[in-house]
Ligand binder design. Structure first.
Ligand code: 3PG
Length: 210
């Protein structure tokens, strides 16, 4: 069944942004996150093995809902859908990517950083948006300012969010969840420390939302 972008955002307080260098780690990593209570997983299309990792998670970890991150073109969206991705996340918004995901039936969380981009995404039918890069682009002050004119939009701020500052974002009425890479640290992957990833996921899953 197809999830809506809002359902994807509302499933847990944090969507982990995952960069994998080794396809053999994908399944264990996904199981570690699911064990901690996080099942919406964004695997970024930034490494040669990303699509293979998405495919492995989609096949072997049915409890997870694996999505593709860093989707920058219609071709990326098509490749992600073919690999079994159930949603897409993009660092920006273009009509072409919006239309491709729509045609593929792939829920999309498009990235925005300005009012004009929000309006373009809304014109494309998107109202559940990633705010990227959240810290450099204005952080919680920006989200508070947007809540006036764009009070029908829900955001997933991503970029610079940590276990330390996630709470202040999650407390805002227009924030459905946050995204971040801190749940899957590079060194935890290198040492295959799945218990640490489960612990980080479990802490993230327990964060309060406003
Ligand atoms: C990214 O582009 O890698 C994501 O926005 C995650 O950013 P973060 O590493 O600051 O969480």
């Amino acid at each position: 069944t197809r999830l809506t972008p809002l359902e994807i955002m509302q499933d847990a307080p944090v969507i982990p942004v995952i960069v994998l260098q080794d396809r053999t780690q994908a399944v264990a990593m996904a199981r570690a996150l699911v064990a901690g209570g996080i099942r919406m997983l964004e695997v970024t299309l930034r490494t040669p093995v990303a699509l293979a990792c998405i495919e492995a998670i989609a096949k072997e970890v049915p409890e997870a809902v694996v999505g593709a991150g860093t989707v920058r073109s219609a071709a990326d969206a098509q490749a992600a859908a073919l690999a079994g991705a159930r949603f897409a996340v993009s660092p920006g918004y273009t009509q072409e990517v919006g239309k491709a995901c729509h045609d593929l039936g792939l829920p999309l969380l498009p990235g925005v950083a300005t009012g004009s981009e929000i309006m373009q995404a809304q014109e494309g039918g998107y109202t559940a948006l990633k705010f990227f890069p959240a810290l450099p682009a204005g952080g919680t002050a920006m989200l508070k300012a947007w809540h006036g004119p764009f009070n029908d939009v829900r955001f997933c701020p991503t970029g610079g969010i940590t276990a330390g500052n996630a709470r202040e974002f999650l407390a805002l009425p227009n924030v459905a969840c946050v995204g971040g890479s801190w749940l899957v640290p590079t060194d935890a992957l290198a040492s295959q420390d799945w218990a640490r990833i489960t612990r980080l996921a479990s802490e993230a899953a327990g964060l309060p939302r406003g």
